[in-house]
Design a protein around this ligand. Sequence first.
Ligand code: TCH
Length: 324
Amino acid sequence: MCTAATYKTKDFYFGRTLDYEFSYGDEVTVTPRKYPFQFRYMGEKKSHYAIIGMAHVVGDYPLYYDGINEKGVGMAGLNFVGNAVYQEVSDDRENVAQYEFIPWILTQSASVKEARELLGKMNLVGTPFNEKLPSAGLHWIIADKEKAITVECMADGLHIYDNPVGVLTNNPPFETQMFLLNNYMNLSEKQPENHFSEKLPLKTYSRGMGAFGLPGDLSSASRFAKVAFTKMHAISGEGEAESVSQFFHILGSVDQQRGCCEVAEGKYEITLYTSCCNADRGIYYYTTYDNHQITAVDMHHEDLDGSSLSLYPLVTGEQIRWVN
Ligand SMILES: C[C@H](CCC(=O)NCCS(=O)(=O)O)[C@H]1CC[C@H]2[C@@H]3[C@H](O)C[C@@H]4C[C@H](O)CC[C@]4(C)[C@H]3C[C@H](O)[C@]12C
């Protein structure tokens, strides 16, 4: 399971949890403007927007899971197994393989509006990267400081939805996730009043009872509701440290602890990493399951006019500050 979210204070923030039972070998990866980006059907892009994000790099090719570009657009891919059905290659469309969808959008779009124009011309096809890395069944969130959209390619075609909560998890499809929020419309950050019955002297006995019924399990629909509620009520200062801290708290509300979600005998899904990008400033912050210290990579500290990738392997060991 995975969860993605957006957050706005003075700057725009975009990030996700990557929940899985193993790591593919992830690195924070900066793709500069002159990196020759090879697209399967669309040829090579010699010059484009720079990207920073999390990727598995194979033979100098960045397979991005999530990222932002230098124009402040963010995009993340999350599992959509069983529902994702990709399109066929077609001569009159711009054919984009699922593994190159993030760079296709982020190298060329300065806004969600521009991303939508690209989506209108393309076919999202299931061509695998290679025989060892088959096609991944995903859906995506694309966002900038103005708006967010969800992209789902299903048996009946490519769907693009406005995403007014700025949240994405996994199955079921996005429209159903949004519908299920109706179940929680009564929840509040305020203490509840007794509407149950005037004939009963019901009263609150604990703080936080306004959100009684907000799910806390790890299913995708429950995480959607939990993180949407948390994000919609989140309050923080406008500064960078306060905003980043609050963002990690938002995604922390759906953190997955080892042992709570068994996916095979003795195998557990955990939150491998949590990311928070400042999309205005080009900074990728992350924590990992065993490293709670926030690590940051700033794309503007790299030569963005260069042509080679910059790779930062994840810092995974716990950093403990001893004070005596
Ligand atoms: C496993 C990841 C998704 C995690 C997730 O959503 N978990 C939820 C599980 S569940 O639904 O609740 O069961 C996805 C996100 C991005 C994916 C990667 C990216 O799409 C980039 C390439 C794409 C290649 O086709 C396959 C390898 C790969 C390197 C992908 C491996 C894997 O499928 C990743 C890492």
